[in-house]
Design a binder for this molecule. Structure first.
Ligand code: G3I
Length: 370
């Protein structure tokens, strides 16, 4: 598949600069006359798709160019870390909303929608939790947290990742649940407890179960798809207020397995069962792609394009990338390259210039009838 035609690409390129994302670039002189400002959010919206990205807290607090890029490019944002327990809960009795409020204020000032991430996970927990939580106080601790946090932003946050990554087929339980502090202290009922507390605190927010490792056509991910499907359908059947499933979509440019019929059937099955499906954390690990930046960018962009084509064809209409620029990407730290170079897994590079992935995203959005 080709990139957009030169004239179309040039037009969009002008519009990206005109959007203010790259105000310091010399190109900005020429572009104020660009007829239609363009961005990931706007290009997606033109086709009935809600698109945006995770926002890194450090970038938000200290990098004006980054803030401009996010404001120009995203229609919806989610905090990368600011709403996790570790960030919000300095102690069992206190809340620190400074980073979360900064994100919410920023989004509202720029008329961006907001997702919340996340309310119940086995990671990013404060150090005090393990020594404090037990079978008798756990339910109160969890529901009180959710009541406070969801209640604070009620009516302002469109969707919440209520439970994150609860399934691990390797842990050997028939219900597919993975080992977690919440499972230990509350048993499998912890998911229902969390979803009910979230629904009570904000009856209008879309409540999401979010997970990874369900994208590829291989036996391990097929088993996980199966376990996630059984989990969410059984929760729903038993009256748990769960509305949607988030497919994280941390992909690799060098995976030997691809995505295809397994993911397509998974999404179709979830939608038939009454769930909305969101792509919540899309990015592409290029740590094992050899070659220069141009080769890496092409490999990454190809994954964006084929993946988005698949999920959009399957009816998904919400797409978030996990970051927007390689300047702030968990990939660099978590999947270091042998040459120590930064990851190039997002639609803008570390200099905030759009790369091939950006154009391929736009191209995929363009295939969808608005
Ligand atoms: O809290 C310390 C901070 O005090 C210190 O200044 C900083 C210096 O490096 O480290 C801070 O903690 C880091 C934290 O991010 C905040 O930057 C942790 O070491 C680091 O492990 C943590 O990683 C995050 C990870 O979730 C764990 O919470 C990544 O940024 C974030 O991208 C990643 O996001 C997850 C989603 O929540 C769930 N799905 C997978 C996704 C990628 O792993």
């Amino acid at each position: 598949m080709q990139l957009p035609s030169f004239s179309r690409r040039r037009f969009l390129e002008k519009a990206v600069y005109a959007s203010g994302a790259l105000a310091t670039h010399s190109f900005s002189q020429a572009v104020h006359a660009a007829p239609v400002p363009s961005s990931i959010g706007a290009e997606a919206a033109a086709h009935g798709i809600l698109a945006g990205c995770a926002v890194n807290e450090q970038g938000l607090a200290s990098d004006a160019d980054f803030r401009r890029l996010v404001a120009a490019q995203a229609a919806i944002v989610v905090p990368e870390n600011a709403m996790k327990w570790r960030s919000l809960r300095p102690s069992p009795t206190t809340f620190d909303y400074s980073a979360a409020d900064r994100l919410v204020d920023f989004a509202e000032e720029n008329q961006l929608r907001i997702r919340g991430h996340n309310l119940c996970w086995n990671q990013a927990l404060p150090d005090w939790l393990e020594g404090t939580v037990n079978a008798s106080n756990a339910q109160h601790l969890l529901t009180d947290h959710i009541r406070h946090v969801v209640g604070r932003y009620a009516g302002r946050i469109q969707s919440w990742d209520v439970v994150n990554e609860a399934v691990n087929v390797h842990d050997g339980r028939p219900d597919g649940l993975g080992n977690s502090i919440w499972l230990t202290v509350l048993g499998p009922g912890y998911l229902d407890i969390a979803f009910r507390a979230a629904r009570t605190a904000d009856p209008h927010a879309l409540l999401v179960y979010n997970d990874f490792g369900v994208e590829l056509d291989n036996a391990e991910q097929a088993a996980k798809r199966d376990a996630v499907f059984k989990l969410v359908t059984s929760l729903k059947r038993n009256g748990t207020p769960i509305d949607a499933v988030g497919i994280q979509s941390h992909l690799s440019a060098t995976s030997t397995d691809s995505f295809g019929s397994g993911l397509r059937q998974f999404i179709a099955g979830l939608r038939r069962a009454g769930f909305k499906v969101l792509i919540t954390e899309l990015d592409v690990d290029d740590s094992h792609v050899a070659g220069d930046d141009a080769m890496r960018d092409r490999a990454v962009a190809e994954i964006y394009h084929s993946y988005l084509n698949l999920v959009l064809d399957a009816g998904v209409r919400t797409i978030l990338t996990w970051g927007i620029t390689d300047r702030y990407s968990w990939l660099t730290e978590h999947f270091p390259r042998a040459d120590k170079d930064e990851a190039r897994g997002l639609p803008f590079d570390e200099h905030l210039r759009p790369v091939d992935a950006y154009w391929r995203m736009v191209e995929s959005f363009g295939r969808v009838r608005g």
